[in-house]
Design a protein around this ligand. Structure first.
Ligand SMILES: Cc1cc2nc3c(=O)[nH]c(=O)nc-3n(C[C@H](O)[C@H](O)[C@H](O)COP(=O)(O)O)c2cc1C
Length: 191
């Protein structure tokens, strides 16, 4: 049932070194490709890096310009600590062996919304396949360097595109976390 998959999905930040199969990656990318997109323009694109060393390198680029100074007191997860919880972390992709980078057209009003619709479709498909995932932000900062722009050119990302977010993929190391309790008053039904 879809609701079981929705509730079984958690943001995972502890990974084994086991790589996901290309077959599973294809399904996850297909789910992203069929996400809703503003105006039906299909402007976003995905670049999947199916290489754990390369993913770790990009994960370090992801944190290179990370400013933690305005985050003091923030708390994300005790079971799956994030880079906000543990400032000693150097890899923003947490050792996941695969990362999908999602790019969208810079001057498009819904670039970020489109990218995160893709991300959500992908992480739900991953969950159904028993693959763990996490959405990661700081897309623009990650590629904001000579090396970053060079990679985007090599990957065929158009000049006027920028990275909106990432989906990291792999197998969980350790037990699944529990969902935080839902905050009250977030759902209103009006009759
Ligand atoms: C817009 C957005 C950006 C996020 N960025 C990051 C990130 O950069 N790093 C990270 O570890 N988790 C990131 N997350 C994952 C959230 O921390 C996670 O969804 C939240 O703590 C709830 O936990 P759950 O996904 O396990 O339910 C992001 C999630 C969203 C929706």
């Amino acid at each position: 049932m879809l609701m079981d998959i929705i509730k079984a999905r958690h943001s995972i930040r502890k990974y084994t070194s086991e790589q996901i199969s290309l077959e599973d990656l294809d399904k996850i990318l297909e789910a992203g490709n069929f996400a809703p997109n503003a105006g039906g323009g299909q402007r976003s694109m995905m670049v999947a890096v199916h290489n754990s060393e390369f993913a770790a390198h990009l994960g370090r680029m992801n944190l290179a310009k990370f400013n933690r100074s305005n985050l003091s007191g923030s708390y994300v997860s005790a079971e799956q600590p994030s880079v906000i919880d543990d400032p000693t972390m150097k890899n923003g992709f947490y050792g996941a062996p695969t990362v999908v980078c999602i790019f969208c057209q810079d001057n498009f009003l819904f670039k970020t919304a489109d990218a995160f619709c893709i991300a959500e479709n992908m992480i739900l498909q991953a969950t159904e396949l028993g693959i763990s995932s996490c959405i990661i932000s700081r897309g623009e900062e990650t590629f904001d360097s000579e090396e970053g722009y060079k990679l985007m050119r090599e990957w065929g990302v158009p000049e006027n595109y920028s990275c909106q977010c990432f989906v990291i993929l792999g197998y969980i190391d350790g037990p699944q976390p529990a969902s935080k309790p839902r905050r009250a008053n977030r759902v209103v039904v009006v009759h």
